[in-house]
Design a protein. Structure first.
Length: 274
């Protein structure tokens, strides 16, 4: 089982009236989102809808122009990324951030660096005496690899794994920080259908263990299969929110993704291309 901090009933994270302006551009415009404890909350939208900006606000990379971010009721709007991580919010990245020359196990151990007493990276790269402390964290890293189904690949080089499995290594490393909320930024990007299946399975398992998850993803099938709630963005505004069924049947969502009635007729084959 995962050693997870207690969530609180109801809302863990609230975005209240969040806006993010870059010069004249409103990348995010008065966004309101509530993430409930122990749920998978999807954030979707076409390219340029503000998904990446939202993730950067959630993880402290950007400080919003307006609005508030509350974590279990506490205002964390102005927190830097490391402070947000200390609160128990961890993100994975769209672009893999693995150390390719290290083993899979060592990559996950990097996630524990906050807990380590000794000169951590130096120790990892120096193959001398392995301290008790390192043995302890190696075992914990191995346990996390078991959660994502990669314990058999622990001693292989990270760069030798297929792309989808590298994404799972990154999720395992994120878990080393003992998050209460895990933000998965496009975890299925570049993964094969079989690897996507594995990633979805891991997300379900983490939810079952009590973790709250924000899933930013453009694969609609994943989002529809795995999310409890979904927020749909378009041009930085929230256009729709609800459970997967609500989202699938909302004309505004179909509009945002397919660009309106004409496209729908073409797709349905009821309109000829003149």
């Amino acid at each position: 089982t995962l050693d997870l901090p207690e969530g609180i009933n109801g809302k863990v994270l609230e975005l209240k009236d969040i806006s993010m302006h870059f010069g004249g551009l409103k990348a995010i415009d008065e966004l309101e989102v509530e993430v409930l404890a122990g749920t998978v909350h999807g954030i979707i939208g076409p390219n340029g809808s503000g998904k990446s900006t939202t993730v950067n606000i959630l993880s402290g990379v950007y400080m919003p122009t307006d609005g508030k971010m509350l974590w279990k009721g506490k205002n964390i709007t102005k927190y830097a990324p490391h402070s947000i991580a200390q609160e128990g919010i961890t993100r994975t990245f769209q672009n893999l951030q693995l150390f390719e020359d290290m083993s899979v196990l060592q990559n996950v151990m990097v996630g524990f660096h906050r807990h380590f007493k000794t000169g951590f990276l130096k120790n990892l790269l120096y193959l001398g005496q392995v301290s008790n402390e390192e043995q302890y964290y190696a075992q914990k890293a191995y346990d996390l690899l078991r959660i994502v189904g990669l314990e058999k690949r622990a001693h292989e080089k990270a760069s030798d794994l297929p792309y989808g499995e590298q994404r799972l290594v990154e999720i395992a490393r994120g878990l080393a920080l003992k998050p209460a909320l895990l933000i998965l930024d496009e975890p299925a990007a570049g993964a094969s259908p079989k690897e996507i299946e594995k990633i979805m399975d891991v997300i379900r398992r983490l939810k079952k263990a009590g973790l709250s998850i924000i899933l930013v993803e453009h694969h609609m099938d994943i989002v529809m299969n795995i999310c409890d709630y979904i927020t749909v963005l378009d041009f930085g505004k929230k256009i729709c929110e609800g459970n997967p069924e609500t989202i699938q049947n909302d004309p505004r969502v179909i509009d945002a993704y397919l660009g309106g009635e004409e496209v729908n007729q073409l797709v349905a084959g009821t309109k000829s291309i003149s």
